[in-house]
Design a protein around this ligand. Structure first.
Ligand code: NDP
Length: 452
């Protein structure tokens, strides 16, 4: 017999929270989940899913041109944003409903309210009522963080893109991370004149230099007006749109300015510090390897912990949490060798160490090739792809793989398995090529291009 209303109370109905609630309930635990907005969280409602659908929509522009090059008699036509947006939101409604039904079907009680902590075992709702739980899991995610500058409120975030009444004619995107680069490509593909400012020397900081260099070059070649070493200095609302002055002195007016300058954990006003939960410098919840906070009854998973901000990682953290707390099997989350893809055009897939990071650790051989892929080359495009393996000189293990190519996301998922298993370069070499494909180059690179 428990003295609490629930065995587990989950705050936040995103990918991590929903998975933890469902799997915990399946162990027989009494579980409730509170969500203040829409079930599904960032991934389903304003992130991965609508973003990927927009990526698909934006790719047709090039496909029409390629189809003509292949002999098809097709016209470009016009992109109808309103028609697409209607279908997009219908799909998001459907997915939200699926999430709700999955929770219902698992016996999880859904509370449609904001919930905060009243004490280490009590959550409080907007109407002032409270419930107690033996364990509380915080999975409240993160939100776009605009820069701290005068006029920043004139900008929009990636959240707003999916709800725009009309597609802008022009947009300035500020930032050089996943979100900035993906939306620069998406909006360009949909016919918007895209300018992008990134304050550093090259976009996608932290990724392999050669790979991000190629993405940057290809984005510019396709028509994204990318300015490196540039930031917004001043902003004003003008009749013609949002006027900006850049740090390099240039001025411009855009229909919208979108900030993709990072995301902040949703911990404000949650009663966390008051309950004894430690917060880090960015406001993230500090947890140990088992996602447990300094308060033994309170755990946290997903973006709110600012470990690796990716949906599949939050889901892993959810599964490990349930295994630890409800199955009596302490399980650490493995954050090593997480494959990921950046859905730019061209796509980039990456797993493991970049050349720059690896050579700081040990001597490495670099295998790399860059070429024009058959399909696009035949259509007269100048696109190049890049395949790169970072290999340990001592063990011959493949420490990192970086792919810039159509479908790089699909490829890196599979390469990720081999690398996670500890595959050596010789294991790659022993594998027969699938011909003719782009990915066959991964098993046919014979000599290192350099050692580092
Ligand atoms: P990122 O941290 O990736 O990028 C933030 C960007 O904004 C960086 O280029 C950063 O520059 C820049 N920036 C930060 N502050 C300022 C400022 N004050 N002025 C100008 N520029 C600034 O964050 P995102 O918001 O793009 O994405 C958040 C996370 O979401 C990612 O880390 C990723 O884990 C996840 N995500 C994953 C996707 C995927 O898997 N495909 C897609 C989208 C998001 P600097 O480099 O100089 O710090």
């Amino acid at each position: 017999m428990t003295d609490f209303d629930y065995d587990l109370f989950v705050i936040g109905g995103g990918s991590g929270g929903v998975r933890a609630a469902r799997v915990a309930a399946a162990t027989g635990a009494k579980v409730a989940l509170a969500e203040e907005y829409r079930m599904g969280g960032t991934c389903v409602i304003r992130g991965c899913v609508p973003k990927k659908l927009m990526v698909f929509a934006s790719e047709y522009h090039e496909m029409f041109a390629d189809a003509r090059a292949y002999g098809w008699d097709v016209e470009d036509g016009q992109f109808d944003w309103t028609r697409f947006r209607g279908k997009l939101h219908a799909e998001l409604d459907r997915l939200e409903d699926v999430y709700r039904r999955l929770l219902d079907g698992s016996g999880v009680e859904i509370v449609d309210s904001r919930a905060t902590l009243a004490d280490p075992h009590t959550v409080k709702f907007t109407d002032g009522s409270t419930k107690s739980a033996k364990h509380i899991l915080i999975a409240t995610g993160a939100r776009p963080q605009p820069p701290d500058m005068k006029g920043a409120e004139l900008g929009i975030s990636s959240n707003d893109i999916f709800n725009l009444d009309a597609l802008p004619k022009s947009i300035l995107i500020v930032g050089g991370g996943y979100i900035a680069c993906e939306f620069a490509c998406i909006l360009h593909g949909l016919g918007v004149a895209v300018t992008q400012f990134y304050r550093g020397a090259q976009i996608l900081r932290g990724f392999d230099d050669e790979a991000r260099g190629l993405v940057s070059e290809e984005m510019q070649q396709r028509g994204v007006d990318l300015h490196l070493g540039t930031n917004v200095f001043e902003m004003e609302k003008r009749d013609a749109g949002v006027w900006i002055k850049a740090t390099n002195g240039t001025e411009g007016t855009f229909d919208h300015v979108m900030f993709a300058t990072g995301r902040a954990p949703n911990t404000d006003g949650m009663g966390l510090a008051e309950a004894g939960v430690e917060l880090g410098r960015q406001g993230q919840i500090v947890v140990d390897d088992y996602s447990q906070t300094k308060v033994p009854s309170i755990f946290a998973i997903g973006d709110v912990t600012n470990r690796v901000q990716l949906t599949p990682v939050a889901i892993r953290e959810a599964m490990a949490f349930v295994e630890t707390v409800f199955q009596g099997n302490p399980t650490k989350v493995d954050h090593k060798l997480v494959p990921s893809a950046i859905f730019t055009q061209p796509e980039m897939g990456t797993v493991g160490l970049s050349e720059e990071a690896a050579r700081e650790i040990e001597p490495v051989d670099i295998y790399c090739t860059s070429f024009k892929p058959m399909q696009q080359s035949f259509a007269g495009r100048t696109d190049r792809v890049l395949m790169k393996l970072v290999v340990s000189k001592a063990t011959r293990k493949v420490l990192g793989c970086h792919i810039v190519s159509p479908q790089a996301g699909e490829m890196i998922q599979l390469v990720g398995i081999a690398i996670k298993m500890g595959a050596t370069k010789e294991d790659f070499d022993r594998t027969v090529a699938v011909h003719p494909t782009i990915s066959e180059e991964l098993v046919t690179m014979r000599e290192p291009v350099r050692s580092a």
